[in-house]
Unconditional design. Structure first.
Length: 110
């Protein structure tokens, strides 16, 4: 049964790993799926083709997920491409380099 038919999902960081698995699970339930990526356009396109093979609409959108200012344009792109947005899966992660304590204190103050 496709419980999500007619819904549109966005999976950030959907071009690999857990994000791809989540995107595929949503597609299996009938949702149209947008995935976002930062650097892996080729990998993202492969995922999109696999999703489309399930009979749903799928798109890949490049977005700098570490930049809060990119959030609105990403959502706008999903709505433009797939007409709406019903489900958001914030899967993308940002890894910081450097000493943990110093990095944490700087980040928490920001």
């Amino acid at each position: 049964m496709q419980q999500l038919k007619g819904k549109v999902a966005l999976v950030t960081g959907g071009s690999r790993g857990l994000g791809t698995a989540i995107a595929e699970a949503l597609a299996d339930q009938g949702a149209d799926v947008a995935i976002s990526y930062v650097n892996s356009a080729d990998k993202a396109q492969v995922v999109v083709e696999r999703l489309r093979a399930k009979g749903i609409r799928a798109v890949a959108i490049r977005a700098e997920q570490a930049d809060l200012a990119s959030a609105r344009p990403l959502i706008d792109s999903v709505v433009h491409e797939l007409d709406r947005l019903d489900i958001l899966v914030n899967n993308a992660a940002v890894a910081a380099q450097g000493r943990t304590r110093a990095r944490c204190c700087q980040t928490c103050r920001a």
